[in-house]
Design a protein around this ligand. Structure first.
Ligand SMILES: NC(=O)c1ccc[n+]([C@@H]2O[C@H](COP(=O)([O-])OP(=O)(O)OC[C@H]3O[C@@H](n4cnc5c(N)ncnc54)[C@H](O)[C@@H]3O)[C@@H](O)[C@H]2O)c1
Length: 293
């Protein structure tokens, strides 16, 4: 081998080694952690679970949609990640118990809980909202996170700490542009819950934060229609619907774009990782500047 070929070979292997070292340093932010992500078969939850797996967490993916869940889990498993799927309806207390108990049975610990499963109400104003839709939204978006947190707190206390990330929304910070009465109230409630948990358990090395996305390219509207009848609720002829929609969409003017679920997952990864060790009780807005005006 001549000198030139030797030098270029050396450079190639050095570049390869540097690249691998870089990938390793980027890909081990959740080493030795076990994470549970709800609503992980689609949208934000799927992106969060995937990124967590890439960062070397053992990930438990929970969803009510069995077939989609199986597809996501199979694809991640094929890529060599240590993941487990659990079909569960987070609005059922028994399923909350099951998802956490099965996680502990399989991995022996739980370090990160991401309460992400959620449904939307298609901007339904309070004068039109049915009790059924209101309860479904509250059960999924607010009561389920409370029950999951209540279940993991003693586990975190015993382990000496843990992290909770709740997927809220800019609807938890604003009045109408991000949802209808039930959705907005549920996300405001979730942000309040986040802060209350953060304050009460800060001495136990338990952190609880929320991410508040703007608009994200996901299947939220279609899934909500299927799970809670949100769209059909909207489609019922509401006399003043057009006025309400026009009023609400005024708030869209300052929204630059929808983001991809991966952009939300990166924020959640930060909040879940040790890099956010001093971040507790915060609401991390990820909306491209929509609400900054
Ligand atoms: N898409 C957006 O623009 C947006 C904006 C802000 C916040 N969010 C929030 O992001 C979170 C995830 O929603 P997404 O946009 O990815 O929607 P999505 O519909 O794509 O994903 C939500 C997942 O949650 C699951 N799910 C719903 N109810 C469930 C239940 N009872 N038990 C178990 N799983 C259940 C669904 O099957 C689905 O797989 C929600 O909390 C939503 O409110 C979304």
């Amino acid at each position: 081998m001549n000198k030139k070929a030797l030098i270029s070979g050396l450079i190639f292997f050095l570049a390869l080694f540097a690249g691998q070292a870089h990938a390793q340093s980027e890909g081990s932010r959740l080493s030795n952690k076990t994470a549970l992500v709800t609503g992980a078969a689609s949208g934000n939850g799927k992106a969060i679970a995937t990124l967590f797996a890439r960062e070397k967490a053992k990930v438990v993916l929970v969803d009510i949609n069995k077939s989609e869940l199986e597809k996501v889990v199979a694809s991640l498993s094929e890529q060599g990640f240590d993941v487990t799927g659990i079909e569960a309806d987070v609005t059922k207390e028994a399923d909350i118990q099951k998802m956490v108990d099965q996680t502990l049975a399989k991995y022996g610990r739980l370090d990160i809980l991401v309460n992400n499963a959620g449904i939307f109400d298609e901007l339904m104003p309070v004068g039109e909202v049915s009790d059924d839709l209101w309860y479904k939204i509250m059960e999924t978006n607010l009561n389920a996170p409370m029950r999951a947190i209540r279940k993991v707190i003693p586990i975190f206390e015993k382990q000496g700490g843990g992290v909770i990330v709740n997927t809220a929304s800019i609807a938890g910070l604003t009045g109408a542009r991000g949802g209808g009465a039930a959705y907005v109230a549920s996300k405001h409630g979730l942000i309040g819950l986040t802060k209350n948990v953060a304050f009460n358990y800060k001495e136990k090395n338990i952190r609880c934060n929320a991410v508040a996305p703007g608009r994200v390219e996901t299947n939220l509207r279609a899934n909500s229609e299927r799970l809670a009848g949100s769209k059909s609720a909207r489609d019922r002829s509401i006399e003043n619907w057009k006025d309400i929609e026009n009023k609400v969409t005024e708030g869209y003017i300052t929204n630059m774009r929808k983001c991809s679920p991966d952009e939300i997952a990166k924020v959640v990864l930060f909040l879940a990782s040790d890099e956010a060790s001093f971040v507790n009780g915060s609401v991390f807005v990820a909306d491209g500047g929509w609400t900054s005006y």
